[in-house]
Design a protein around this ligand. Structure first.
Ligand SMILES: [Zn+2]
Length: 346
């Protein structure tokens, strides 16, 4: 039997050991979260090091070891270089990865969460790119063609306008027939794309989704403030999706105790671990009165329900006022700290 194998993984973080070595925590599609050993990676000009930087996504080739499996080589798929150039983006994502590293169960694969994490990195990377674009550090060149093709797909009006114009042209050229067939194909493709996007909330990592994100950005024409806002929100959105998928949270619209619609009862609820969300009258009845709980505002619950049920890119659609944003942050912090039983920085 062979001692070597390959995983598709994202590097979460690393820790230096001995003189030249490093232990990496990697989240892989096949194994879930586990630790691997990079021997000699801190030596100058070490070939392996760049493929093992935090946030790197790629194939990792490993050899079975007595304690930890050792990295033999890597094939880098994506390094998310724009994200790495933005200090604020980097800091927030590092914090998130550190929390995920503690939160995710070891050696328990979860493809859903893996795809989510990948989408998160890609989304943030594109956001960082957009930020640099706005600051004039980058030119439109590289993406110009993408923008152009998306713009032509943006609305029916626009497309019809284009079709009319090209028809007029082609009529003059006597090539109308050819063009009609061509635009028909295009349209069908576009409808297929839409259908696929609506089909699954975790349909991420494909070129279709990228198209989807770009369209959303173009439509909302993100301001510099909005970019910062999304950068601030996105790690928490991912966190809730992970918490939900690992069973720490359930979609809650009714009181776990009396079953009444929460919306109809009060504007503030209580959350009891392993019990769920209670309306305020249930939370203050009988023995529950003495039990520790987290206070949960109606708008915070609304946000959490939105994040766990919608696609990660949908956060662009949201307008969140400051008070709601702060309540949500606070609740997220309490929640994670309670699970990990220690203070965290988010
Ligand atoms: Zn109740």
């Amino acid at each position: 039997m062979s001692n070597s194998y390959k995983v598709e993984g994202i590097i979460l973080n690393s820790k230096d050991i001995k003189e030249y070595d490093r232990i990496y925590s990697v989240f892989s599609r096949q194994v879930g979260v586990f630790n691997i050993l990079g021997v000699g990676v801190r030596k100058p000009r070490a070939k392996l090091a760049s493929g093992l930087e935090p946030f790197t996504y790629g194939d990792i080739f490993l050899i079975k070891g007595r304690f930890l499996d050792r990295v033999r080589g890597t094939v880098i798929f994506e390094q998310f270089s724009y994200l790495k150039q933005e200090l604020d983006f980097l800091t927030k994502s590092r914090r998130l990865f550190s929390i995920l590293n503690q939160l995710l169960p070891t050696a328990e694969p979860n493809e859903d969460v893996f795809d989510l994490l990948y989408s998160y990195l890609r989304l943030l990377n594109e956001l960082a790119y957009l930020k640099q674009l706005k600051q004039g550090q980058k030119t439109f060149q590289g993406k110009a063609r993408n923008y152009q093709s998306m713009l032509t797909n943006l609305s029916d009006d626009e497309r019809d306008q284009n079709n009319k114009e090209s028809k007029r042209k082609k009529r003059q050229d006597g090539k109308l027939k050819e063009e009609v067939v061509h635009s028909k194909n295009k349209r069908t493709d576009y409808q297929k794309v839409n259908k696929a996007q609506n089909y699954s909330p975790v349909n991420q990592g494909s070129s279709r989704t990228k198209l989807d994100y770009w369209q959303r950005w173009l439509k909302t024409s993100l301001s510099a403030e909005k970019i910062e806002e999304v950068n601030d929100l996105l790690p928490r959105v991912l966190l809730w999706k992970v918490l939900y998928r690992h069973g720490y949270w359930a979609y809650s619209s009714v009181c776990s105790q009396c079953g009444r619609k929460l919306k109809a009862v009060t504007a503030e609820y209580s959350f009891f671990f392993s019990q769920g969300v209670f309306c305020s009258s249930c939370a203050d009845t009988g023995s529950w009165k003495q039990k520790p709980r987290l206070r949960l505002k109606r708008d915070t619950l609304k946000l959490i329900n939105f994040f766990i049920s919608q696609e990660i890119g949908d956060v662009f659609r949201l307008k969140i006022d400051q008070q709601t944003g702060n309540d949500f942050k606070l609740f997220t912090q309490w929640f994670v700290e309670h699970i990990l039983e220690k203070k965290v920085v988010l």
